[in-house]
Design a protein around this ligand. Sequence first.
Ligand SMILES: *[C@@H]1O[C@H](CO)[C@@H](O)[C@H](O)[C@H]1NC(C)=O
Ligand SMILES: *[C@@H]1O[C@H](CO)[C@@H](O)[C@H](O)[C@H]1NC(C)=O
Ligand SMILES: *[C@@H]1O[C@H](CO)[C@@H](O)[C@H](O)[C@H]1NC(C)=O
Ligand SMILES: *[C@@H]1O[C@H](CO)[C@@H](O)[C@H](O)[C@H]1NC(C)=O
Length: 201
Amino acid sequence: MPGLPPSSKLITMAIVLTVLLLGLGGAAHGRRRLVSDDEDEPCKKMTLYYHDILYNGVNNTANATSAASTKPTALSTTHWKNGTYFGTLVTFDDPMTAGKALPVAGEEPVARAQGFYLYDKQESYNSWFGFSIVFNSTAHKGTINLLGANLMDEKTRDLSVGGGTGDFFMTRGICTLKLDAAEGAVYFRLKMDIKLYECYV
Ligand SMILES: *[C@@H]1O[C@H](CO)[C@@H](O)[C@H](O)[C@H]1NC(C)=O
Ligand SMILES: *[C@@H]1O[C@H](CO)[C@@H](O)[C@H](O)[C@H]1NC(C)=O
Ligand SMILES: *[C@@H]1O[C@H](CO)[C@@H](O)[C@H](O)[C@H]1NC(C)=O
Ligand SMILES: *[C@@H]1O[C@H](CO)[C@@H](O)[C@H](O)[C@H]1NC(C)=O
C-alpha cells in the first residue's frame, strides 16, 4: 500500500491476519446442520450387525457378552405359565460388525453396543432397548444413542436414534432392526440399518 506509513501497513496486515485466523477457526469448530425430511434419503446411513452372546450360567463366562441382571419376576413365572421373562433386565457389552461374522480373536469390532434390554410384556416376549453404539476406531469416535420398544411380534422393528456424540454430534434418526440369526437361548444376531436424518458435519 504505497503512501501509507509503515505502522498502518502493519496494522492492516494484522487485521487481515486476524480475519483469516477467525475464519479458519470458525471452519474448524463450526458444523453444518443437514436435515432430511425424506425417509428414503437419510443424511447418513450404515448397516451393522449386533451379536448378543448370552451367559448360559454354566461354562461360557469368557465368551459371553451379555447376562441377565435380574431374575424373572414371580408374576412372569407363576401367573404366565409360558414364562415371558417379564421384568427381567439383560445388560450387554456386545460387539458390532460390518459383516455377519463374529470378530475373530484379536480383531477389533467396528463398535460396541453397550446398554440393556428389559422384557416388558406379560403375554409374550417383548423388550425395550436402551443402549449406545460406542465407536473408538480410526474411522469413527463417538456414540450413537438408541432407545425404544423392540416389538418382537413384528418382522422389523424401529428404534429411535435419540442423539449422538463425537463424530455423531447431536444426530437423530431411526434404526430398523430384524433378527438375522439365532442359536437356541445363547446367541442371536440382529441386523441394524441405521438411518440418520439430522447430521452435523
Ligand atoms: C457348555 O454347557 C452346555 C450345556 O449347558 C453344553 O451343551 C456344552 O457342550 C458345554 N460346552 C463345553 C465346552 O463344555
Ligand atoms: C402365555 O400364557 C398365557 C396364559 O398363562 C396366555 O394367555 C398367552 O396367550 C400365552 N402366550 C403365548 C405366546 O403362548
Ligand atoms: C479407545 O481406544 C484407545 C486406543 O486403543 C484406548 O486407549 C482407549 O481407552 C479407548 N477408549 C475407550 C472409551 O474404550
Ligand atoms: C462364542 O459364542 C458364539 C455364539 O454362540 C459361538 O459361535 C462361538 O463358537 C463361541 N466361542 C467360543 C470360543 O466358545
